[in-house]
Design a protein around this ligand. Structure first.
Ligand SMILES: [Zn+2]
Length: 484
């Protein structure tokens, strides 16, 4: 076992449409955590994964509606998803597409590794929502309308394989309540526990070739069936690590690693906290150690939807505000453990905050240091370990907002010193004292730069470069937005 290592993944979204800011939130949160852990543990000890779910029936239907070949349709949308990497300055190590051979082989290997008594065939009639890729019971939806998609469910009758989830009820309850599988935040943990205690029903893990439109991963030893898309999709978390084809890598980041973390949205909690761990238990594979569950984003207080026409795409925001301001907004404005809202007015305010509080501080102090002391200040031996411990504790809880609040306390502190001690006046009376004041502020700014590296990497790097041995002025970090 290796405590030093850290693995983290995002969920893999369907590729039936252009990505919107809801998934951008998840990518940015995961990347911030990944970057933080990477700085702490080193490049070779960390692994971040994202990707796209291409085997869903949803994709098939969206392609049909668009009048396009399925394969080229999913390919195009997967590339749009991948393009979010450079757009949002993400630092994932890998991007897996579930059409890839390594994934298909891995999903089939996982199926075959499950205990034979856990997967059985039976004839089934149920109410299915393609939007959710999920069966509902009549108890859950008495009116036959999907609560999420507000569309009539389809009645489906066929012979499928089922997974004996009921075999794992007690074990799952124990693993989750003991935090062996830690669910963050606590409210989500309680939600899962009450779901488990309500009794677990076996779930269908395959469908007929016909209903799947011959699209998806074939069930091993039974070509008449295609895997239920969730069974195949969930396995990406290990297939990308080489579960089927790279034993060394798979061991390094899954089996012999104590930190295996998934980041997901609240809507797919059951799949990750119940189905997936049960599948792994059946196959004798270690479980994830941590699930961080984020909320949803509305746009100007309303649910984003194509029909309302209020869907916001990340590219539009980055073009307007720059990548770091967008990352900052999502990590500071959106409550890390709950739902949040994207609002144009709040985005403007957050941008102004970056410019006025952080940007100004960095340039004022650099300008003074350069013109009074040629950029050369004295060393300061302030101990930052207390502040670092606070940041570490917030990161452990995936509380990016609290993390940033703590960093900005230091920003405020530094601004206050500039205002109160006024080095621009002091320098005329007492050069030594002015130099000391600037040195202390420069030390604070370096701390701020280090702390912001996982959050707004480009800005942080620029700060640290300017505040090297010889402090230098530079371009405004967040230029004034005059035309708004
Ligand atoms: Zn639905």
């Amino acid at each position: 076992m290796n405590e030093q290592r850290f693995y983290i993944s995002t969920a893999i979204p369907y590729v039936n449409a252009k990505p919107h800011i809801g998934f951008a939130l998840e990518l940015i949160q995961t990347d911030a955590k990944l970057r933080y852990e990477r700085l702490k543990r080193g490049d070779t000890n960390t692994f971040g994964l994202t990707g796209s779910d291409e085997n869903s029936l949803k994709n098939v239907r969206a392609a049909e509606e668009a009048g396009e070949e399925i394969a080229s349709f999913v390919e195009r949308h997967a590339e749009e998803m991948r393009a979010l990497g450079p757009l949002l300055d993400l630092s994932f190590n890998d991007f897996i597409r579930t059409r890839e051979e390594r994934h298909i082989k891995g999903a089939q290997k996982l199926w075959s590794a499950c205990k034979p008594e856990d997967i059985y065939k039976k004839s089934y009639t149920g109410l299915y929502c393609v939007g959710c890729e999920q069966f509902y019971t009549e108890k859950e939806v008495p009116d036959g309308i999907c609560p999420d998609h507000k569309k009539p469910l389809e009645k489906i009758e066929e012979e499928n394989y089922f997974f004996k989830l009921s075999n794992y009820q007690e074990q799952l309850e124990e693993l989750i309540s003991s935090d062996t599988l830690r669910i963050i935040p606590e409210s989500r943990k309680n939600e899962v526990l009450s779901f488990i205690r309500g009794g677990l029903e076996d779930f269908s893990v395959s469908r007929s070739q016909e209903r799947a439109r011959h699209w998806g991963v074939n069930v091993p030893l039974d070509d008449s069936q295609v895997m239920y898309v969730w069974f195949d999709a969930l396995s990406n978390y290990i297939t990308a690590l080489g579960y089927a084809d790279d034993e060394e890598m798979y061991k390094k980041f899954w089996v012999e690693n104590e930190n295996r973390s998934h980041v997901i949205g609240k809507g797919i909690l059951r799949f990750h906290a119940v189905y997936w761990p049960a599948m792994l238990l059946s196959a004798g594979i270690p479980l994830p150690t941590e699930l961080f569950v984020h909320g949803y984003i509305t746009a100007e207080g309303e649910k984003m939807s194509k029909s309302i026409g209020n869907v916001i795409h990340p590219k539009a925001l980055v073009d307007e505000y720059g990548v770091d301001a967008v990352r900052y907004y999502f990590l500071r404005e959106i409550p890390s453990h709950g739902d949040g809202d994207y609002s144009h007015a709040r985005m403007e305010e957050r941008y102004a905050e970056l410019a006025n509080q952080l940007g100004n501080l960095v340039s004022r102090v650099a300008a003074m240091s350069e013109s009074y002391f040629g950029g050369v200040l004295s060393d300061v031996d302030r101990d930052w370990s207390k502040e670092e411990a606070v940041l570490e504790a917030h990161m452990k809880e995936y509380d990016f907002k609290a993390y940033l609040d703590a960093v900005f306390e230091v920003v405020h502190e530094a601004n206050e010193i500039v205002d109160k001690k006024a080095p621009f006046k002091l320098v005329k009376e007492d050069e030594v004292a002015a130099k000391q004041v600037l040195s202390e502020i420069a030390d604070q700014i370096r701390f701020i730069g280090r702390a912001l590296k996982p959050i707004i990497p480009q800005t942080a790097t620029a700060i640290l470069e300017r505040y090297g041995k010889i402090i230098q002025k530079g371009e405004a970090l967040f230029p004034r937005r005059d035309n708004v």
